[in-house]
Unconditional design. Structure first.
Length: 203
């Protein structure tokens, strides 16, 4: 039996419609009403956990994945995406105007490109492998986090294959090669440290 609570994906586009209908809703049914002699509101999380304990475990992982896909909200329409993008751009411009008002000498921010995305992954992976540690301090290494970041770079390379310019592909492949080499060197050091030294030879 699984003790994990169930999670429900909420479609935020329905929130406005639900708020407008809030005043017109029917009174709560006895099953939905709070207990008459209770000591405050009930926690929905606890109720979900108890229901999860009573329900049988899914027969197969594929069935669980199909159910999760069925619960996903529909993808936004092209019109909704355009409206959201316009609102995002306007909000970002207001923020930029506020920053530049505080610092008039600052130039416009650089345009975000594919190289910036690759660089973010590169910096994250190197920091997770201890790069950038101040002198005299012991490096903090998150080797599992670094592996995840490097694997994400690999996914990016796989999914963008054939859709990049020559310069973009060269940047991605170079960065992927560098972080994988750093990972190999670091794991080799970790492996050597975990191996006990050989016993001293008898005279």
């Amino acid at each position: 039996m699984s003790d994990k609570p169930k999670f429900e994906v909420i479609d935020r586009r329905k929130m406005k419609a639900e708020e407008e209908q809030e005043g017109q809703q029917q009174p709560a049914t006895p099953a939905e009403a709070p207990p008459a002699s209770g000591g405050g509101p009930r926690l929905v999380v606890n109720e979900s956990k108890s229901e999860a304990r009573r329900e049988p475990a899914p027969a197969a992982t594929s069935e669980a994945g199909a159910e999760a896909e069925a619960e996903l909200p529909p993808a936004p329409t092209a019109q909704e995406s355009r409206e959201q993008k316009a609102a995002y751009d306007a909000s970002a411009q207001r923020l930029e105007d506020m920053v530049r008002a505080q610092n008039p000498a600052a130039g416009p921010p650089p345009q975000i490109s594919f190289e910036h995305l690759v660089q973010q992954f590169y910096v994250s992976a190197m920091i997770q492998m201890g790069a950038g540690t101040q002198e005299g301090q012991r490096p903090k290494v998150d080797i599992l986090g670094a592996r995840t970041t490097i694997d994400l770079l690999g996914v990016l390379a796989e999914k963008t294959r054939g859709n990049l310019t020559e310069a973009e592909d060269k940047t991605l492949q170079t960065v992927l090669f560098e972080v994988r080499m750093a990972f190999l060197e670091l794991t080799r050091m970790i492996t050597l440290q975990s191996v006990p030294p050989p016993p001293p030879k008898k005279a």
